[in-house]
Design a protein around this ligand. Sequence first.
Ligand code: AR6
Length: 188
Amino acid sequence: MPLPYSARRAFGRILLAQADITRLDTDAIVNAANSSLLGGGGVDGAIHRAGGPAILEACRRLRAGHYGKGLPTGQAVITPGGRLPARHVIHTVGPVWNGGHKHEPELLADCYRHSLQLAAEHELRSVAFPGISTGIYGYPKAQAAAIAVHTVQTFLAAHALPETVVLVAFDEDTYRLYEQELSGQAEK
Ligand code: AR6
């Protein structure tokens, strides 16, 4: 089987990878879901397709229980990974980009922080994130990369778990944006 990464580079406990997140065998991958938790397009559709029905069944149980009204933006929940190489999926709902004055930066940071908190509570050693909100939800990719890197770095500085966080770029341009942020060379 070919390596699941087309590019990768380590920055301490953060690993930058250009990859299809559904192929990574981290303890958890994060899904850029919507508040229904019942699937959608983008990375959400890819995760449900690759992971099979066990993920949707677990999401339905969450909707029947604590999350009857759906998962609020910025929050996170965890389900099994079904047939994915990853053992778990952490589902989080990113903000829809609305110009930047509707608390989008705080809500995006919440997604990363709450996902990392769940991972730590479940004693997960490795978690992979896609660029939450940067597809269908329209968040500008450079601003989103800065928030992702800063929020993950801050969390890791204060917590032993997860040991490793993979920031997954789907395309080369996004890989370069993350690389600049992680090298501290990004233009502000
Ligand atoms: N692996 C890694 N990254 C991916 C993959 C993949 N297989 N597929 C897409 N991306 P999006 P959002 C990247 O649109 O903006 C869904 O319908 C993609 O290039 O998946 O948070 C949900 O149900 C982009 O950078 O999520 C919601 O309704 C990033 O993943 C809505 O879309 C996120 O793009 C959420 O929109």
